[in-house]
Each structure stands twice: as structure tokens, then as C-alpha cells.
Design a protein around this ligand. Structure first.
Ligand code: DGT
Ligand code: CA
Ligand code: CA
Ligand code: ZN
Length: 646
């Protein structure tokens, strides 16, 4: 939840100090906000705010400050606050009136604090004057234009609230894969090195590499005797904003960005994308963001079953369980148990009769199946394929020899042609395609034909030089042509003819999203039919957690592209690897593959660092059953050169 959660943290088991400096600073901040929501005296509010800031910035050990009584001497911490903090830190409980303030504040008001740009003062005003007491009722009031007339508000701030509500609801429901993995991997790594932990694995949708993640699931193998100690150690890790429930085998908590060893930043975001996901508000929400996580602790011999279960998907689990039932077996998170031995026993008690498994592959083997990679576990035909020995040999990061859709300073990229080429070489790639924006896309600094042709000439010179020096690397000269009205490309044919390839993409989102599927599909097909078009760029234009794509019939488009390929003309569909896009969707990758339409995994890099986004494309491609031979990225530069000249 954005803005964190508004609960008082539970005391550490091994205190004092029962709370960390950060926890105390956070509680003081919350108190300030809650008091302001209540309309408390401004001086009182400020004393909590100041104390929070003070404790947030000191380097002294909070336990010692309290033990020595020095906390009373700190400027801004009066007698009242000093004794409240002393009691909390040395005895492990918060003052009763603090706890009451937390429980008495209507949750709807706290929920509203998550709306970007909306603070406690204005929430209180709207609550008093309009009776608004939740995000839903605020939205209603805004839609009925009841906020704009209020003094100090206005139509603009009303609209901003509506935008903020929309952003909050998207942000809350799910998080993008890149963000989920950042939290998930940081958490998993911290657990993995704790004393007594045999293994910690990120399971759930993150392990299946879904494009968005609901919550994180971590499975930890720990000897029975160590469960309690490890559970306590996990609860003491940094980055835990709140604990929703904690036992020795199951912990449910909320992580925040303090889990990261370095300051959390979202990094560079392409301006067009940032716009779609909420601009500065998005960046701010992400830095103050949280994600839910569930941890399961199980003994090592049970862990493979637990890992398989919590990796899911639910649909895959159901298919697997049915297969077990057909063999007289019971499959669950505790084991694979012969029904006749388990009898009336349940859960862990039945699991003593489980077949043995050292790893997940053993579970699949018991069910006469080949090991199914986590990405494929969606009940999309993988169980049948695992039975028949037809599972795909999925593409791997090491198969990637290059990518075709990348920007330089010629349009809206951050880095020069030379820097991009250099980075690609250092990544071990053998080729790199440059496709800067075309003239019509003014907001992305689209390059004129003249400038583009200069870049082409430079590319040819570099290639000649590398050839001469025996360097196994080359650049391909392309363009990302905007698709214009009527499906036209954005340069004259004689210019396009001098390029190695063309990525044709839609950017006029407003127009395309305002039109129906039939018109859009027709125009896209016309652009694809242009002899110069090699790649269909980000086919739907979707921005994950940002906006839906425009309406198109991708099945018809892929079928049409398949006909071209059948007749020997290369028409590839892009899997845009930016974690904000992951467009083509993984479900359609499998379909494209089936039709024989080549995929090209493109980072759409706008900087040197952007090239590494290709990793998310590989994850998505794997999820979409893509094998090395299905993706142009695995071709050598000579092979690709040949393919593109047909
Ligand atoms: P998410 O969190 O919405 O991105 O998606 P998942 O797949 O991580 O779902 P989650 O966190 O609710 O549960 C993790 C896994 O646990 C899920 O993939 C499969 C398993 N699981 C959860 N609930 C059920 C259930 O009711 N039946 C079965 N067969 N498996 C379940
Ligand atoms: Ca999950
Ligand atoms: Ca879960
Ligand atoms: Zn682009």
C-alpha cells in the first residue's frame, strides 16, 4: 500500500531496545499525521513531526539514548515525548493514547493519505465539509463536482485527486515484474544467509515471471528445531514495515523500500512511458511503496513440495493434483502421499507417508512427467507436453546475440551511437540494431531523413573498420518509423530502402485508442505490408499499470504476418522487453511461435543501462514457450543480415 501502513509496530522479541530507531521515527511521523487528521493543535502536531525528523537523522544508538536518559536532553523532545519513548523502547509497549489514536482513526481517512499529493489537512477539511470518509466517497464527491467549489480547492485540484485515485488503485492491486523482483530478490537473499536456513526460494508469480505480481511468496527450508529462531531472525530483518501475522511456519508481512541496501530509485524512465504511469507522482509513490510478502518455513524434506505448491499457478496445481489423484496419490504443500496409507490423516501428519523428493524434478518424475520450468506452469498445455516429452527448450539470456530496437542521442536516447555499441559489445553481443525515432514523433525528437542517413553512413564506416580489425561485431542501421494515418511509414521509400530494417510502431495513442478494432487492425496490416517493414514494434502500445493498449485483432495480424514469412519475407513481431511494456504479451508469444512468426526481443533502450532490460524480455519469452530458434536475437550477425535482405 502506498504511504505505508498505519499500524503500531509490534515489539521485537529479543529487546530491549524493543523498537529500532527507524520504527520510532516512523511512529512519530504517523502520530503527527493522525493528529493532523483529527484537527489537533498545530503545535502538538509539529512536536511529533520534529521529533520524527530528529530521530530519523541521528546516528546514536536509540537503546543507549534511552538507557542513559540522554533522550530527555535532546532538543525538541520534551518530557512527555521523552517518557513515552523511554517506555516503548525499554518495555516494548506504546502509550495507550497513541494506540487509541491509531485504532480510532477511520481507516477510510488513512486510505486517502495514499492518494498522491493529498495531505491530512485537506482530508480533514473534506471530511468536515463534505462528509467524505473514504477513497470511494472522495471519488464520488469529485465526480459530482462537489470538491472544486470548496475554498482553496478548485477544478484543477479536483481533477488531480481523480487522477491520483486512479493511480493509487492501479498501484495497489499489483506491481510490475521488475519492482516485484527487486523486493523479492532482496528479501530472499537476506533470508538465505540467516543461520539455520538451508535454502530460501522466491516462489509464486515472481518465480513464474508474470508481468505483474500480486504478493511475494518465499519458501524457506529450515530444520524443525530451528524454526522459531529463524522466524524471529526474519522478523528482525530491515525493510519490514509491518507484520500481519507471525507463527513458526508462516509469516505474513509488508515490506518497504528500506529493505534495499542502497537508496531506492526507479531509475530513468522514458518520458512517454512515465507520462502514462503518473509522472512524478508515480516515482514518489514507488519510493514510498510497499509490497506484501508471505513466508513459509518447512523442514528440508518437505520443502520441494511446498515450493512446488506455492510456485503455482493455481491452475497448474489443480492439473497436477488431478494427475496425482488418477494415480491414487494426494498432492499438496506437504507431500505426495499414497491415499491408502494416509487414510484419515491430514496435513503434515499424512505427509510422513509421502513419496520422497529431493527437488521439484522428483515430484514431476513421480507423476511420470519431465520437469516443468516455473515460467510454464500456467496450465497452458505444459502438463501434456511434459508427459509427451515435448516441452520447449526455452531461450536463455546467453542465447541473446543482439537486439534491434534501440535509441541514441539522434532521437530521445541518452547515449551516443558509440556508447551504445560499446555497451552491447561488453555485454557479449555480436550485433546491435539502432532504430531512432522518425520525424513525425516530435516529442521524442524524431530525426530528419538527412540526419538519419548520416547515422547510416557512420554505421557503415564503423562496420567496415570492425571488419578490417577482425572484430566480431556489427551495427545494423534501422529506424523506428511512426505509423502514420492510413498505415503509412514516416520516410520516403528511397530513404527506407537505404536501411537494413524498419521497426514500425504506433505512437499516436490518443487517436488509436479512440478508434475501433477493425480500423486499427486494417491500418496496422497496411504498415506491415510495406516492403520496408521488418518488425512490428510494441504491438499493442500497452503500458503495464499505466494504460491499456489500443484495440486490435492481434490474431489476425499475426496470421497475416505468418503469410509473409511463409512466402519468404521477414516480418517479425517485437517482444518489447521494457518492464513497463512486455508487449507482446506472453500468451501471444506462444501463438506467434505456433504460426511461425519470428519474435524479436527488444529492450527499446534509451540508454546504455536500458540494454539490460532485455533480461525481462527473455523472462517473458520463456513464459511464452519461446525457444532460441523462435527469436531473431539468437541469430549470428551473418545469419540475421541474410534474413533481413530477403
Ligand atoms: P499473485 O500473487 O496474484 O501475483 O499470484 P500467485 O500465483 O503468486 O498467487 P498467490 O500468492 O495467491 O499464491 C501462491 C501460489 O499458491 C499460487 O500460485 C498457487 C498456490 N495456491 C494458492 N491458493 C491456492 C488454491 O486455492 N489452490 C491451489 N491449488 N493452489 C493455491
Ligand atoms: Ca503471490
Ligand atoms: Ca501469496
Ligand atoms: Zn522506441
Amino acid at each position: 500500500m502506498a504511504g505505508g501502513s498505519f499500524r503500531l509496530p509490534k515489539p521485537r522479541k529479543n529487546g530491549p531496545p524493543f523498537f529500532s530507531r527507524n520504527q520510532v521515527a516512523k511512529v512519530l511521523h504517523q502520530m503527527g499525521v493522525l493528529l493532523e487528521l483529527q484537527g489537533a493543535n498545530v503545535f502538538r502536531v509539529r512536536s511529533y513531526q520534529n521529533a520524527s525528523r530528529l530521530l530519523g537523522s541521528i546516528t546514536e544508538d536509540i537503546g543507549e539514548l534511552v538507557a542513559s536518559g540522554d533522550i530527555y536532553n535532546m532538543k525538541g523532545i520534551g518530557k512527555g515525548l521523552g517518557s513515552a519513548l523511554t517506555q516503548a523502547i525499554s518495555e516494548g509497549h506504546w502509550p495507550e493514547d497513541w494506540a487509541n489514536l491509531h485504532t480510532d482513526t477511520p481507516p477510510g481517512l488513512i486510505e486517502m493519505l495514499g492518494i498522491p499529493g493529498l495531505g491530512p489537512k485537506r482530508i480533514k477539511l473534506m471530511a468536515d465539509e463534505l462528509g467524505v470518509d473514504s477513497v470511494a466517497s472522495l471519488k464520488q464527491a469529485a465526480l459530482e463536482n462537489r470538491i472544486a467549489p470548496m475554498k482553496g480547492f478548485g477544478a484543477k485540484s479536483q481533477q488531480r485527486m481523480l487522477d491520483g485515485i486512479e493511480l493509487l488503485s492501479r498501484f495497489r492491486a499489483r506491481r510490475r515484474l521488475d519492482i516485484g523482483l527487486r523486493y523479492g530478490e532482496a528479501f530472499q537473499q537476506k533470508i538465505a544467509v540467516l543461520d539455520g536456513v538451508h535454502r530460501a526460494t522466491l516462489a509464486g508469480s515472481a518465480r513464474r515471471r508474470k508481468d505483474t505480481i500480486g504478493d511475494l511468496d518465499v519458501v524457506v527450508a529450515v530444520d524443525e528445531n530451528d524454526h522459531e529462531a529463524v522466524a524471529n531472525a526474519i522478523l528482525s530483518l530491515p525493510g519490514i514495515a509491518d507484520v500481519k501475522g507471525a507463527g513458526d511456519s508462516k509469516i505474513s508481512l509488508i515490506l518497504d523500500t528500506s529493505i534495499f541496501d542502497e537508496t531506492f530509485t526507479v531509475g530513468h524512465i522514458d518520458a512517454k512511458v512515465l507520462d502514462a504511469i503518473g509522472g512524478g507522482d508515480y516515482e514518489q509513490m514507488e519510493s514510498g511503496g510497499t509490497i506484501d510478502a508471505q513466508v513459509r518455513l518447512v523442514p528440508p524434506h518437505v520443502e520441494p513440495f511446498t515450493l512446488a505448491y506455492f510456485t503455482g499457478s493455481k491452475e497448474h496445481n489443480i492439473a497436477m493434483r488431478q494427475r496425482a489423484i488418477d494415480r491414487g496419490l494426494r498432492l499438496n504443500e506437504f507431500g505426495l502421499i499414497p491415499e491408502k496409507e494416509a487414510g484419515e490423516l491430514k496435513g503434515m501428519e499424512a505427509a510422513i507417508y509421502s513419496l520422497k523428493a529431493n527437488d521439484e524434478a522428483d515430484i514431476y518424475a513421480h507423476l511420470d512427467l519431465a520437469y516443468v520450468p516455473p515460467e510454464l506452469r500456467e496450465d497452458m498445455g505444459e502438463v501434456e507436453a511434459a508427459q509427451d516429452g515435448n516441452l520447449p527448450k526455452l531461450i536463455e539470456p546467453t542465447n541473446i546475440k543482439g537486439a534491434l530496437h534501440n535509441h541514441t542521442t539522434l532521437s530521445d536516447g541518452e547515449h551516443s551511437l558509440e556508447m551504445m555499441a560499446d555497451t552491447a559489445r561488453k555485454m557479449g553481443w555480436n550485433w546491435l540494431g539502432i532504430a531512432d525515432h522518425s520525424p513525425s514523433l516530435k516529442i521524442a525528437n524524431g530525426a530528419s531523413a538527412e540526419d538519419l542517413l548520416k547515422q547510416v553512413a557512420t554505421i557503415r564506416e564503423y562496420n567496415a573498420q570492425w571488419e578490417q580489425d577482425g572484430v566480431d561485431f556489427q551495427l545494423f542501421a534501422g529506424v523506428e518509423s511512426d505509423i502514420l494515418a492510413g498505415g503509412k511509414l514516416d520516410h520516403p521509400d528511397d530513404v527506407l530502402a537505404q536501411l537494413d530494417y524498419v521497426v514500425a510502431s504506433v505512437h499516436a495513442m490518443t487517436k488509436w485508442r479512440g478508434r475501433d478494432e477493425v480500423d486499427n487492425t486494417e491500418e496496422l496490416i497496411r504498415a506491415i505490408d510495406h516492403p520496408a517493414t521488418t518488425v512490428l514494434g510494441h504491438p499493442t502500445g500497452r503500458i503495464l499499470q499505466g494504460r491499456e493498449g489500443y484495440e486490435i485483432d492481434l490474431f489476425a495480424i499475426l496470421e497475416h504476418m505468418a503469410e509473409h514469412n511463409d512466402e519468404g519475407r521477414l516480418k517479425a513481431v517485437e517482444l518489447n522487453a521494457s518492464p513497463y511494456r512486455l508487449d507482446l504479451d506472453w500468451r501471444l508469444c506462444k501463438h506467434a511461435k505456433g504460426l511461425g512468426v519470428p519474435i524479436i526481443i527488444n529492450p527499446d533502450a534509451h540508454s546504455m543501462r536500458g540494454l539490460s532490460d532485455v533480461a525481462y524480455g527473455v523472462m517473458t519469452a520463456r513464459k511464452g514457450w519461446i525457444e532460441p530458434q523462435d527469436a531473431l536475437n539468437s541469430l549470428s550477425r551473418q545469419e540475421l543480415s541474410k534474413r533481413m535482405s530477403t
